[in-house]
Design a protein around this ligand. Structure first.
Ligand code: CP
Length: 334
C-alpha cells in the first residue's frame, strides 16, 4: 500500500504524473471519481489552507472529508509503542488508526514536532506510527516535512516557468520572532533538487542549516537529476540572478527546545527579510511562500503585492495537487 509521507519516498516520474493530473483537475475541477469515498483529516495543530483545500477537494470529487482534532473534539492520542497511558491521551493510535481504517478510505495527519528534542522529532514517529497501524493510505499534512505544500510549489513554478531544470532557486531563511518548524524548508529543498533546479540554501550561518537527512536527500536528488545544491550565507550573492526566491523561517536546530537562546542568535538577522531591493538583484525572479506570512517581518508589503509574488497561486494549487493525490492513492480515474 502506498502512503504519501514524504516526496522523498516518491519517484520524480510519479510526482510528475501527479502534477499533470493536478493541472487537468484545475481545468475541470468537478468529477465524481471519489463518490462514496472518504478521508479522515486529523489535525493536532491549527490550519487554514490545508483543512479548507482537503475538505473542499474531497467534496469536488464526490467524496466526504471528516475533520477531527484529537485532544479537542476527539479523544487525545498516544503514538508511542508500549506507552503506559496514564497521561492525557485517552486512545492509542493503534486503535484510532484501526477504527478510522474501517470507516474511511484515506487518513491524513498534521502533527507538528514537539520543539523539545530534535533527536526524537527528526524520526517523524507520529506519522510513521499512523502509517504502521493504518489499513488505508496515509497522507502527511505537515510533520517535519510538508510534501503537499511542495507539490503545490512545483505546480506553481511549472505554470509560470515551464521547465524548471537548471533554473536558480534560492531557499532563503527569514526572520520571524519565534523559531518555527523546518518542515516546509526541508520539503522545498528536496523538491527543487528533485526537479533538477540549481538550488541555493541561504541562511545566516551554519547553525541554520537543515537536518543532515534532508541536506543529504537534496544533495542526492541534485546529483540524480542534473541540478545542484549550494549553501550561502551571503545575501547579495545568493539573490543575484535567481529565477525564484522561496522564503521560510525556521529555528536553528542546535538550539532546538531552547527558544530564548535561539532568539539571541536570530535577533541579529532581521535583515533577511525579503524586500524589493533584494528581489531587484534577481533575474526578474519570482517569489513565493507557503503562507501564513507575517507581512513586513518575513517579506515586505511591496514583495507580497508584486506581480512576481506567487503565494496565492501556490495556495490555490494546494487544492488541485491534493485532489490529484487522493485520486492517485485510491486508484481513481477522472
Ligand atoms: N501552508 C499551510 O499549510 O497553511 P495552513 O497552516 O493554513 O494549513
Amino acid at each position: 500500500m502506498k502512503h504519501f509521507l514524504s516526496t522523498d519516498d516518491w519517484s520524480r516520474k510519479d510526482l510528475e504524473r501527479l502534477l499533470q493530473l493536478a493541472g487537468e483537475l484545475k481545468q475541470r475541477p468537478m468529477n465524481a471519481s471519489l463518490k462514496g469515498r472518504s478521508v479522515a483529516l486529523l489535525f493536532l495543530n491549527p490550519s487554514m489552507r490545508t483543512r479548507t483545500s482537503f475538505e473542499l477537494g474531497m467534496q469536488q470529487l464526490g467524496g466526504i472529508a471528516i475533520v477531527l482534532q484529537p485532544g479537542k473534539d476527539a479523544w487525545g492520542l498516544e503514538f508511542m509503542p508500549g506507552a503506559v497511558m496514564d497521561g492525557e491521551a485517552e486512545e492509542h493510535i493503534a486503535e484510532a488508526a484501526g477504527v478510522l481504517s474501517r470507516y474511511c478510505d484515506l487518513i491524513a495527519l498534521r502533527a507538528f514536532p514537539g520543539f523539545v528534542d530534535w533527536s526524537k522529532d527528526r524520526e517523524d514517529s507520529l506519522i510513521k506510527a499512523l502509517a504502521r497501524h493504518s489499513a488505508v493510505p496515509v497522507i502527511n499534512m505537515e510533520t517535519i516535512v510538508h510534501p503537499c505544500q511542495e507539490l503545490a510549489m512545483m505546480m506553481t513554478l511549472q505554470e509560470r516557468m515551464g521547465a524548471v531544470a537548471k533554473r536558480k532557486m534560492v531557499l532563503t531563511w527569514t526572520w520571524h520572532p519565534r523559531p518555527l518548524n523546518t518542515a516546509v524548508a526541508n520539503s522545498a529543498l528536496m523538491m527543487g533538487t528533485k526537479f533538477g533546479m540549481d538550488v541555493t540554501l541561504l541562511c545566516p550561518q551554519p547553525e541554520y542549516l537543515l537536518d543532515p537527512q534532508f541536506m543529504g536527500a537534496a544533495k542526492a536528488n541534485a546529483e540524480a537529476n542534473g541540478g545542484s545544491l549550494k549553501i550561502s550565507h551571503d545575501i547579495e550573492a545568493a539573490y543575484t540572478s535567481a529565477d525564484f526566491v522561496y522564503a521560510k523561517s525556521w529555528g536553528a536546530l542546535p538550539y532546538y527546545g531552547k527558544p530564548e537562546e535561539e532568539y539571541e542568535q536570530r535577533k541579529q538577522y532581521r535583515h533577511f527579510i525579503v524586500d524589493e531591493e533584494k528581489m531587484g538583484l534577481t533575474n526578474s525572479g519570482l517569489f513565493s511562500h507557503c503562507l501564513p506570512l507575517r507581512r513586513n517581518i518575513k517579506a515586505t508589503d511591496g514583495v507580497m503585492d508584486a506581480p512576481y509574488c506567487l503565494a496565492l497561486d501556490e495556495a490555490e494549487n494546494r487544492l488541485h495537487v491534493q485532489k490529484a493525490l487522493m485520486m492517485e492513492l485510491l486508484g481513481a480515474d477522472q
